[in-house]
Each structure stands twice: as structure tokens, then as C-alpha cells.
Design a protein around this ligand. Structure first.
Ligand SMILES: Cc1ncc(COP(=O)(O)O)c(C=O)c1O
Length: 430
């Protein structure tokens, strides 16, 4: 079969209209980077842009740069760029803080909205396998609010989306879901799930950490109420990049979120003693933005928006499906008998931009296999208890990378080179 040659994969790269977008990045030689779903690669332009921001805007402009270099507008300007990837309307997104903090804001706002119109609703529904920070934030907020006179909130966790129709009921205030499961890559249907929440009178919050920049989105069209997501994954904003928050226009004026810092005030430089929320999405800001990180995120976003001239998100999604599909097929063909089993959905329509395999006990459940891969230049990551996770960023991942990564994986498995003691030593970040 012609697909089982490296030349076939090289030919796919030659025909790929998105291939030139890879030149926007500096990727180290000898590395096949399959972890852009955790930390996006460094855009070539970022070091220069940050350098200029540091020497010219900060060094020379000093405090004047808040106005002269437009620092004060960065959360809205960067937010508008992110909005283009979310299908958002104007003024629906700001870049700010972290995903965890933004979740605190929108969950508090959503609960407050429900308290006003349906006070009996005291349940937050989420998935047990949701990214832990989402569950922790929900637990923290439930604990905080539970100390008030009105009584507490309960977090109800389902094991899978098929349980949602039963779990979401007349007691549910908010449904909180991550669209693409960080471990398995399973992709939830946003329109259908949002409709399910609304039919039961609940509001829905989407965590788009693994969707933004990877999946074409239409938040207003798909009925979302609130959304949040990371800037450092597919948006290539750099380690710890600011996150984003999207609020449907219909909810923006209804309530001010509880982290009511001065950047979300209607007139921050009036220095009034009382909080007055800014109109619209700006009230979702809290304190002074991390300007340098915001500039790095702006640069990262430009690499994604550069795809607009080449088919945009639908073209990126089509390539992502082709990459993950080819990887799954090759791993299953070439690593057979090595205790790896696919945990990502086989149906591409149900899969995000990653392919995850569970490692059996024969592979000591996988951690050392990923370390051995990384030592050979194939960078993916490991998610406890047993998941080898490979992310595919169509902006810079080539088809030949898929071939080469699987060749190295099959060699590591066949020779059992992963079983060297050094690969079993656990680092703090996996
Ligand atoms: C689904 C999801 N939500 C949130 C986060 C992280 O949030 P924060 O940027 O606040 O650390 C991650 C990180 O990988 C994630 O996968």
C-alpha cells in the first residue's frame, strides 16, 4: 500500500497548501514536536516583537506606552483576534488572566444570573474526567457560595456525555464542559449539548482550551453562554500566556463578575471609591494586564490568523484530521502487539487535534515510553495514569513528521529501549 512509505508522506507535504505556514516558527532541528496542544511552538516574530516592546516601548516610552503604544487596549485588541477564531461577534472576547481565573469569573456570573431568575437551581453539572482545574474552581466557588444564607451548590459529575440528558435537570444551574477532552481528545458537539442544557433551563460554559485555534467554532450560533480558554496552546502565545473569556452579548450587561478589579471598572482612571462595571465584555477584566505576555500572545495569534488566506480554520481542521488519522493508522499498523490501545475516538468528527493511546502494564503503563520518545526528539506528553498523548498542530506539523514519529515509536517498542532506568524517573511536569 503506497501510504506505507515515507515518500507518500513527503508527497502529502508537497501538496499541502498550509505547508508554508510552518516557516512562521522556529522549531529546533531534530525535534518532532507533538505537544502544541500543551505549549505551542515559538513563532519566529515573537522574539523581535518582545524585544521591541522591551527596549522601545518599555525602555524608551516608559509609562507613556500605556497610551502611545496602545498597551491599555491590548486585552480588547488581542481579544478581538481570538474572537475571529471563535466565530464571536464584536466586543465579545477579552484576553486576560488565566483560564482558571476566567472560569471563576464566568461560573460566578452564570450562577448569579440563575440565582436571579431561577433561585432553586443549585447544581453545577460537569464531567468527572474534565480538566481538574475546572472541577477545582467549581468546588472552590461552591464552597465559597455555600457559606451564604441561600444555601450551597452541589457539583454533579457524569462519567460521559451520554449521561448528560439524565444528569441535567430542573435543579441544574450551570453545565460546565470542556469541548475537547484533554486526555482522550474526544470532541463534544457544541450545538447539541448547548441545546440540551437550555432545554432544561441551564446555562452552559465551554472550556475551549483544546479547541481554540484547532476546531472551527461558532459560539453564538452553537448556543454557548460563556467560554474560556488558554492562550499558550494552539494560539502559540508562549508559556503562561494570558487566557481569554467570551460572554454571549445577551448576558454581558446582566451581572458584573466578582473579581471586580479596576480594569473592569467603567472609568478606571476616575479613581472612584465605588465599583461601576464597564459596559460589555470589558467588565471581565480584573487588574493590570501582563503587557509583555499579551504582546507575545498577539504575535502567536498572527500565526494562526495567517491561515485565513489559505482556507482558515476549516483548512486547519481538515489537515488536523488527516494528521491524527494517519498517525492512528500507522501506530496501529506498525506498533501492533505492544500493548498500546487507542483512547481517542476513531471517528474524526468526534476527535480534536490529538491522538492518545493507553499503555498497558507490559509497558509499565507508558511514562517511560514517552520519556524515551522525548530523548529521541519526538515530544509528546504523558497524562496519568497511562495515556501517551500526541498533539498535532497543523500550522507546523508535517505529514512526514507523522511517519518519522511512528518509526521512532515502533523502534523504541521493538527494542524495549524505553525500559532503561533513566526513563522511569518522574519529573515534576509530565
Ligand atoms: C481543559 C483545560 N482547562 C484549563 C487548563 C489550564 O488552565 P490554566 O491556564 O489556568 O492553568 C488546561 C491546561 O492544560 C486544560 O487542558
Amino acid at each position: 500500500m503506497s501510504q506505507t512509505t515515507r515518500d507518500h508522506f513527503l508527497a502529502l507535504d508537497e501538496r499541502d497548501p498550509l505547508a508554508p505556514l510552518r516557516d512562521q516558527f522556529t522549531l529546533p532541528p531534530g525535534v518532532i514536536y507533538l505537544d502544541g496542544n500543551s505549549l505551542g511552538a515559538l513563532p519566529r516574530a515573537t522574539a523581535d516583537r518582545l524585544g521591541r516592546a522591551i527596549t522601545d516601548e518599555w525602555g524608551t516610552g516608559l509609562i507613556r506606552s500605556w497610551n502611545d503604544a496602545g498597551w491599555v487596549e491590548l486585552p480588547a485588541r488581542v481579544g478581538a483576534k481570538i474572537g475571529r477564531l471563535l466565530g464571536a461577534g464584536p466586543g465579545e472576547v477579552v484576553a486576560a488572566d488565566s483560564t482558571s481565573i476566567n472560569l471563576f469569573k464566568v461560573l460566578a456570573a452564570a450562577l448569579r444570573l440563575q440565582e436571579d431568575r431561577a433561585p432553586g437551581r443549585r447544581v453545577i453539572v460537569s464531567q468527572r474526567g474534565n480538566f481538574p482545574t475546572d472541577l477545582y474552581i467549581a468546588q472552590g466557588l461552591a464552597d465559597l457560595l455555600g457559606r451564604g444564607a441561600a444555601g450551597g451548590y452541589t457539583l454533579r459529575l457524569v462519567d460521559g456525555p451520554d449521561e448528560l440528558p439524565h444528569a441535567v435537570d430542573e435543579r441544574t444551574a450551570v453545565v460546565l464542559l470542556t469541548q475537547v477532552d484533554y486526555r482522550t481528545g474526544a470532541l463534544l458537539a457544541m450545538a447539541k449539548t448547548s441545546a440540551l442544557a437550555h432545554e432544561k433551563g441551564a446555562l452552559i460554559i465551554w472550556d475551549l482550551a483544546h479547541s481554540a485555534g484547532a476546531i472551527p467554532l461558532d459560539l453564538p450560533g452553537d448556543g454557548a453562554d460563556f467560554a474560556i480558554g488558554c492562550g499558550y496552546k494552539y494560539l502559540n502565545g508562549g508559556p503562561g500566556a494570558p487566557a481569554f473569556v467570551w460572554v454571549a452579548s445577551r448576558h454581558q450587561e446582566a451581572f458584573w463578575q466578582p473579581l471586580s478589579g479596576w480594569f473592569g471598572h467603567a472609568a478606571p482612571f476616575a479613581f472612584e471609591p465605588d465599583y461601576r462595571p464597564a459596559p460589555g465584555i470589558a467588565r471581565y477584566l480584573c487588574g493590570t494586564p501582563a503587557v509583555l505576555s499579551m504582546i507575545a500572545l498577539d504575535s502567536g495569534l498572527d500565526t494562526v490568523l495567517a491561515a485565513e488566506a489559505r482556507g482558515g480554520m476549516p483548512a486547519l481542521r481538515a489537515k488536523s484530521i488527516a494528521l491524527t488519522g494517519a498517525f492512528i493508522e500507522l501506530v496501529e499498523a506498525r506498533c501492533q502487539g505492544h500493548a498500546l490501545s487507542l483512547v481517542s475516538p476513531r471517528d474524526p468528527a468526534l476527535r480534536g487535534s490529538q491522538a492518545s493511546f493507553a499503555a498497558g502494564p507490559e509497558l509499565a503503563r507508558g511514562y517511560a515510553v514517552m520519556q524515551a520518545l522525548i530523548a529521541r526528539g519526538v515530544i509528546g506528553d504523558f497524562r496519568a495514569p497511562d495515556v501517551l498523548r500526541f498533539g498535532f498542530t497543523p500550522l507546523y506539523t508535517r505529514f512526514v513528521d507523522v511517519w518519522d514519529a511512528v518509526e521512532i515509536l515502533s523502534d523504541i517498542l521493538a527494542t524495549r529501549s524505553w525500559d532503561a532506568p533513566r526513563f522511569h524517573q518522574r519529573a515534576a511536569v509530565t
